[in-house]
Design a binder for this molecule. Structure first.
Ligand SMILES: *[C@@H]1O[C@H](CO)[C@@H](O)[C@H](O)[C@H]1NC(C)=O
Ligand SMILES: *[C@@H]1O[C@H](CO)[C@@H](O)[C@H](O)[C@H]1NC(C)=O
Length: 462
């Protein structure tokens, strides 16, 4: 054991070689051997945040007076947008940096990296071994967004909190890259990225589990190697209420069940809101777009909504928000978030899922969490001629396929949720920082709205 340690200390150069007080170090933490991948996005706001993060990391490295790490923006690595799912990118990273890198760190664009703490942390782990490091999350109950995995004991499987970042040692990275190239990987849906990556790495027990690193922080405290504040950025004053048009998809069956929930919770925050149903009901009121009601997808209805949005029938505003009748949404928070985006660009915003991303598939904004579209995006989509293959096709997936085909990026915000709060692990969602949740199934939707989406100064008045 001791011999090995001696050996390593000969082979590896440790951050500050002159510091004799440090405990014996086991791994390498030379900044030049670190590759940091920022999970940046193509949308101009996010691309800019990504550049700023990269600049900050490089400045910090320079002020430490050591070599510079390699800092990459994920959206720049390829034109294929589906590579946000990371695994398809590993072979390329391996080909370019496989020889020179000791560690690969993956962070979000709002994740701060404290390089000198990170160096200390990484030294604890011998880099020629396989390590998967991060802040551990686990499900408390079987979750639909994880396909109810580990339903006997949901707490048994750990996956990294994306906000805190996660790291792969070179040895593990190399083997994963080889697996991705040699196995004919099938992928259907990409829903919750770090859970899926952790499953891929764990490989039914043949690969390593996630090792918890306390210094990978999803909130700010002392001695953090990574830090995170929150996902709801402050880009200035909220977008005007008058600049948002909300379309609620409903049908006769839910007029008396779900529509009253919308009315008693978030409807009051909308200036322009219409309910679209297969039956006209003046008491709500609903509008019948003449599209037959379908049980599964709502492609026909959603395309009719977009045509109406561009028509003279409704006020001309910058933003279209399409939700289900069982979506719960905070319009005040959405207005604050939308200030970050330029409506003159084609923007498609919400919770991003992927379909077939290993085989050049497409991304889409999942419908239940709310689909936010700029007028420009709606115009481009409709004039492209892209359309539903049937009225009951899944609207969100068809929109995603169309946007991918015409080169409009699908922008992700983790503030939107296709499922209910308890489908997401603890620290990932906080009551102050969510824009939407979805589904009334076995919960009290009004309580979900009050607890998770209503802002506290309003809550106090109750
Ligand atoms: C992106 O993913 C595709 C597979 O879907 C792959 O062929 C391509 O090389 C990837 N791009 C990069 C930069 O890794
Ligand atoms: C409207 O949709 C409901 C399902 O909510 C269905 O039962 C009903 O037959 C439809 N009515 C018409 C007139 O299409």
């Amino acid at each position: 054991m001791w011999l090995m340690a001696v050996n390593w200390s000969l082979c590896f150069f440790f951050g500050s070689a002159s510091n004799h007080e440090d405990p014996p170090a086991w791994g390498s933490a030379v900044l030049e051997e670190l590759v940091i991948v920022i999970q940046s996005q193509k949308n101009s706001y996010h691309a800019q945040r990504g550049y700023q993060r990269k600049e900050k990391i490089l400045q910090d490295a320079a002020s430490l007076g050591q070599g510079l790490p390699v800092v990459l923006l994920l959206h720049e690595l390829s034109d294929y947008e589906g590579n946000w799912s990371i695994l398809p990118v590993l072979p390329l990273l391996s080909a370019i940096y496989g020889e020179s890198a000791s560690w690969f760190l993956f962070v979000e664009e709002e994740t701060m990296v404290v390089l000198h703490v990170l160096q200390k942390v990484l030294k604890r782990y011998p880099v020629q071994e396989e390590w998967f490091l991060g802040q551990r999350l686990h499900d408390n109950k079987p979750s639909i967004v994880h396909h109810y995995a580990f339903s006997e004991d949901p707490t048994s499987f750990g996956y990294p909190d994306p906000a805190a970042g996660w790291a792969l040692s070179a040895a593990l990275h190399q083997r994963l890259a080889e697996r991705i190239q040699s196995e004919n990987l099938k992928s259907d849906f990409t829903i919750d990225l770090t859970h899926e990556i952790a499953l891929f790495i764990w490989e039914e027990g043949r690969g390593p589990k996630l090792t918890t690193v306390p210094e990978f922080c999803s909130e700010t405290r002392d001695n953090c190697a990574t830090k995170f504040t929150n996902y709801l950025p402050n880009c200035g004053s909220p977008v005007s209420k008058n600049n948002i048009f909300v379309a609620v998809k409903t049908c006769e069956k839910y007029h008396s069940v779900r529509v009253p929930v919308v009315k008693s919770t978030w409807e009051k925050h909308a200036v322009y809101l219409e309910y679209y149903s297969n039956v006209t009901d003046a008491s709500i009121p609903t509008i019948n777009l003449g599209v037959p009601n379908t049980e599964r997808g709502h492609c026909g209805k959603t395309f009719a909504i977009m045509r109406r949005f561009l028509s003279e029938a409704v006020p001309k505003v910058d933003w279209l928000v399409i939700v289900d009748d069982d979506t719960l949404i905070s319009l005040p928070r959405l207005r604050r978030l939308l200030r970050c985006y330029n409506p003159k660009e084609a923007v498609s915003l919400g919770e991003r899922y992927g379909y077939g991303l290993m085989q050049n598939g497409y991304s889409y904004t999942t419908g239940g969490g709310g689909m936010v579209l700029s007028r420009t995006a709606v115009s481009i989509l409709l004039s492209s001629g892209c359309s539903c293959y049937s009225d009951d096709a899944p609207d969100d997936m068809v929109l995603g396929r169309c946007f991918t085909a015409i080169g409009v990026p699908i922008t992700h915000s983790p503030l939107f949720h296709q499922a209910q709060p308890d489908d997401y692990a603890g620290t990932r969602i906080t009551p102050q920082h969510s824009v939407s949740f979805h589904k009334h199934w076995s919960v009290d939707p009004v309580a979900i709205y009050t607890n998770w989406l209503q802002d506290s100064h309003l809550k106090d008045e109750l």
